[in-house]
Structure formats: C-alpha cells, structure tokens
Design a protein around this ligand. Structure first.
Ligand code: DOR
Ligand code: ZN
Length: 357
C-alpha cells in the first residue's frame, strides 16, 4: 500500500468482494458495473429464484454476469452453490474440481431472501460437509437461527452456540466463512477460534446500529439480515475490521432490492452498497486511525483465506468530499425506470475511488 505524505491518496492492490448479490436480468445489468469497476473478483451469492443448485445453472448465471459487464472491465465472478437438504454430493465435488464453484453457501431454511429451499437441519447435510472438508472447499454461512421464539437480535449468537460450534467440532478441517457478522460475540468467536474460520464484515454494519432502522419512522433502507445490533456491537465490528487480523475481511453483502419492494408493508431485507462500498470502508478505517490496515482487509486477507493469488492491479482513493446520490435509476426490460436507493444516500463521504475514465 502506498499513500502520499498527507494521506490524501491511498493506493492499494485491487480489492475483491467476498460476498455480493448481483441478482439477475435487468437488475443484474443495472448493478454489476458498480461492483466490477472496483473489485477484481467477487463471490456471487446463489440465492436467485430458483437458487443455483446445479453446475449448469452456475455456468449459465456466470455467463449472464459476464455478458452484463460494462465494456473494458476485467472482473471475475466466483460462483457459489446453494446448499439444500438433498443436494447431491457429486454436484459439489464436480463443481469444485472443475472450478465452476468456488464455495458453497449455507442458508438456514427461511433465514433470509430466497432461502426457503435452504438447509432445514445442519446435521442432515453432514455428508455434504464431509465432502467439502475432504475437498477443502469453503463453506459460507449465513449464521442465524430461524425459530420464531428467538428474538431477532439474538439469532446470530444462538446460531453460533447451537449450530456453528457443534458443526465445527464435527468437521474440524472445514474452511468456513461466517458471513456478515454483526455482534461482539461473533468477533470473539472468530478471533479466538482454533478452526479454519474467518468472517466477512459489511460496510453497513460498521456504520449503523439498530436505531438507524427506527430513526423518526421506519427506515427500510437500513433493514438487512442479520439486522444491525446495538452500538457496542458496531464498535466491536469496527475494531475487528480495522485490526489488521487476517481472520476478518471485506464482504459487502450488497443486496439490491427495488425501492418499491423495500418501501412496502413487507419490505425486503438488503442494503445496496455496491456504488460506494470501498469509500464506505475507507471512511471507517480513516475514522479509526487505521488506514495502514485498509489494504489487508480489502485486498489481502480474503485471497489468503480463499487460497487465491493477490491481485496485481491497483486502485486509488483520493480524499475528496462528495455527496452520494439519493437514488440510482435502472431501466427494466420494457424501458420503464425503476429506482434503487444506495447506502449513504444523500450523505457526504470523504474518500472517492479514482476511476481511470
Ligand atoms: O439483507 C440481506 N439481503 N441479507 C441476506 O442474507 C440476503 C440479502 C438478499 O439477498 O437480499
Ligand atoms: Zn448476502
């Protein structure tokens, strides 16, 4: 990493996004450029409708992503398999060996968007997990229990105690990413783990606490899953992300939903942060006085965990104040305009990615 004397410019190896939702069709077309212009690679979530549960579905989706890229952009989508109760072992085996799947994603059934076909009982997929352990194929975990009697703010912590820890004991060789962690307990669990365990941290969980969802009214723009928690958890996440520890790395969880779908009586979970994700993280590292650990978090710890080479290309951010637009327009198949609300809409950010064109 290089930075000029007054820290007005930061140049880092090009980062990757280790957790993103690119969606499909016209939304894919409208959003993929935001990710691909900044990140060299991205782990693409498989929770489409229907989900990505076969090699052919992953190959086809990858093709749709590549054909939606803006001209001249070098971007590698890394595909993931969606685990179900009855996914065949050989799908994972063949997919991983052929390089079609980089990892497999565990959604506890009904935990979040398009997860109804997810896993209903972790023990029931032990054979799949054994295979992944043997292959050294990473398992990406949405870590929340779904029992309605469990308070939504406790779901991550209880998942760790009741499901993740026992699973790691049964599969001590499995490489696991606990995705989008939101609590102090998760930070402690990951950093003190004897297992091959890492965690991604989103920009939004570093900026907002649970009050943001109820600030003067219901603020659906800040509703995501796992939901943001108390302030002390946000502070613990900021400390973890900026610590330089290699078990924590970037994963934006950018999850676009049309504005009308967020602002309905049953608004969708997800925050669309792709347009200013890197700037959003830079803001946090700057505020925490930890810009020297920025590159490890955004460009190094992820590839090391995934056993992939570091990117050779680089990207710069300059200290320049700018206001994030309040909406981003998409046009659907029939040309009608639709809106997405980006994270930080209407706010001032103090770092800006320097794009070459
Ligand atoms: O907020 C979220 N949105 N969390 C998830 O786990 C899924 C994502 C989505 O796909 O919308
Ligand atoms: Zn996600």
């Amino acid at each position: 990493m290089s930075s000029d004397m007054s820290l007005n410019k930061l140049t880092v190896r090009q980062p990757d996004d280790w957790h993103v939702h690119l969606r499909d069709h016209h939304v894919l077309h409208g959003v993929v450029g935001f990710t691909a212009k900044v990140f060299r690679r991205a782990i693409v979530m498989p929770n489409l409708d229907p989900p990505i549960t076969s090699l052919q579905a992953a190959i086809d989706y990858r093709e749709r992503i590549l054909s939606s890229l803006p001209d001249g952009v070098r971007f590698t989508p890394l595909m993931t398999a969606y685990l179900t109760d009855d996914l065949a072992t050989n799908v994972l085996e063949e997919g991983y060996k052929k390089g079609i799947f980089t990892a497999a994603k565990l959604y506890p059934a009904n935990s979040t968007t398009n997860s109804s076909e997810g896993v209903s009982d972790l023990k029931a997929i032990d054979t799949l997990l054994e295979t992944m352990e043997l292959l050294d194929m990473p398992l990406l975990v949405h870590g929340e229990v779904t029992e309605p009697q469990v308070d939504i703010f406790d779901r991550e912590e209880i998942f760790i105690d009741n499901h993740l820890y026992p699973m790691l004991l049964r599969h001590p060789g499995l490489r696991v990413v606990l995705e989008h962690i939101t609590t102090e307990q998760s930070v402690q669990f990951v950093e003190s783990s004897p297992f091959k365990l890492a965690a991604t941290i989103t920009p939004h969980h570093l900026h907002i606490n649970r009050n943001s969802m109820f600030n003067g009214g219901i603020r659906s723009d800040f509703y995501c899953l796992p939901v943001a928690k108390r302030e002390r958890h946000r502070l613990a996440l900021r400390k973890a992300a900026t610590s330089g520890k290699d078990c924590f790395f970037i994963g934006t969880d950018s999850a676009p939903h049309l504005r009308r779908d967020k602002e309905s009586s049953c608004g969708c979970a997800g925050i669309f942060n792709a347009p200013y994700a890197l700037e959003s993280y830079a803001e946090v590292f700057d505020q925490e006085g930890s810009l020297e650990h920025f590159e490890a978090f955004v460009s190094k710890n992820g590839p090391s965990f995934y056993k992939m080479p570091l990117n050779e290309s680089s990207i710069s951010l300059v200290r320049r104040s700018h206001v994030v637009p309040s909406t981003i327009d998409l046009s659907n198949a029939s040309g009608a305009l639709q809106q997405l609300v980006p994270f930080h809409a209407g706010e001032k950010l103090s770092w800006q990615v320097e794009h070459s064109s």
